[in-house]
Design a protein around this ligand. Sequence first.
Ligand code: NZQ
Ligand code: ZN
Length: 390
Amino acid sequence: MFGNFTYCNPTKLYFGSASLDNLSRELPKYGPNVTLIYGQGSIQKNGIYDTVLDLLRRSGKTVAEIAGVMPNPTLDKLREGVAIARDHNTDLLLAVGGGSVCDYAKAVAVSVHCPDDPWETYFVRFEEPTCPIVPVGCVLTIAGTGSEMNAGAVITNTETHQKIGHVFASEDVMPRFSILDPTYTLTLPHDQMAAGIYDIFNHICEQYFSGEDDSTSDYLSEGLMRSLLHASRIANRDPQNYEARSNIMWTATWALNTLISRGKSTDWMVHMLGQAVGGYTNATHGMTLSAVSLPYYRHILPYGLAKFKRFAVNVWDVAPEGKSDREVAEAGLAAMEAWMQELGLVMKLSDLGVTEGMLECLADGTVVLPGGYKPLCREDILHIFRESLA
Ligand code: NZQ
Ligand code: ZN
């Protein structure tokens, strides 16, 4: 490994069926005022809301609520939640839901005691919080983002059509604890399960497709990808399979809890392209990634050929004998495409409502990061978007 790094991840995890019981062990560590944060109704339908509220009441907590956090949480909603959490003098923000709810809780956490505008401070200027950060706890109900064990928060500004993520440097933004019960994910609609699976896979790719050194992080990544492929095929056929869903949930956490990025420059351009699409369409995060991935990877393949060949052999079991390096690498991407189709992922931007007329705006909204095999210019970005429209 060539890169120097620090590694610290303070999030305590409780994993497995009935792991919500552990909430009672965590709650006494915080003051009396809890703000419960959740989405648009799934936790009320499946009963998690009642159980959590009961545990909070039995622990003597005074509870305020921020309800209705939407997928791809917005700046307006953030402002509303900050006011609620402030009024409640909140000691703990308890997020119960998916990446959107968990990200949102972190954005509230850094904004409650911040005198300045949160959008300008954290999502335009990318400042680190200098104010006290309210502790966040998470009860996860969908596997995908890794938000349960990282310091990332993605917020959408619907006025400017910008969807921007800030991965905070401060470990205090990471959830203090996260509760991961795979049985909660069994009520997910199939498209959300599939989108989450692809999000996990792409998080690993974003870190894997960078650098040319011999990196332990890459071997870990290949193991995670193989486990995910195996579990995803089982879950796709049999969504109620607990073992597969538990492996998917655990892989999601390790895919983006900072471990496999250690020593790596990391790419993240699929996410930058996908976020630009999300800012204009409000589409499901994992589906924005699946729509742009293959055009992107086919575009950069010549610049990272050795790694794409390794990906084909070590992740997709492509036999290299009798093939050129390029043929092996392309066979790897073809295998990935077949798997994505098997999962029923969105493969075209046109299926997300994107039209040719929107492409210049999408290119304007794409942040270019330098860590991958080919730094993209505007023409590259437009080419990739066009390939995904065709
Ligand atoms: O709102 P409710 O009713 O809860 O419904 C949600 C939502 O409609 C539903 N859902 C969640 N758990 C369920 C369920 N439905 C039935 N049963 C359950 N158990 O699923 C829908 C999607 O939820 P959401 O939280 O939006 O999904 P996800 O976890 O994929 O989060 C996406 C957000 O996370 C950001 C994305 O950009 C997007 O805003 N990301 C966060 C990252 C991070 N913190 O590191 C990294 C990611 O790359 C990503 O950008
Ligand atoms: Zn993602």
